[in-house]
Design a protein around this ligand. Sequence first.
Ligand code: ZN
Length: 183
Amino acid sequence: MWLKIVQAGEPVLREKAKDLSKEEILSSPIQDLIANMQETLRQIQGVGLAAPQVGVSVRLAIIEDRAEYHKLWRSDQLSARQRKEVPCQVIINPKITKREGEASFFEGCLSVPVMGIVKRALTVTVECLNEKGEPQIIHATGWYARILQHEIDHLDGILNIDKTDIKTVTTMENFNRFWKDKS
Ligand code: ZN
């Protein structure tokens, strides 16, 4: 089932979302939520979706960066972003335990109508649970690390625009028109 993605201004996007217990993770409402979020993310061809974006204030997000999405970008753009395929992954109660380096790129959000340049750590280590409630440690770099940081921010009520260099804000249309091909 496709879920409605709420837009900036909805109070749920500014709440600190709640942790999930292993029992809650294995419950059918949360398992259904995960399946519906995966279906929704693929339908809109996004790379990440956090539960607050579908109106549910729990610390859960899904990430998937499919190779077919990369066809919209040149190979030098993909390598500058260190963007590689990421298989579908569920992160629950995530904590960033290590951050290294930094990288600045234009970044969008399915809940925000504008884009802008956001500086983030280049590499992160994330400790979380998966969809079975099992502990995971993720070491991520490049675009994968950016997606993780973006989605984890959503669980704390933080949007990418909070971290955007305000002078770089652009509509999606003007991003594609003027900025997408710039380094
Ligand atoms: Zn977002």
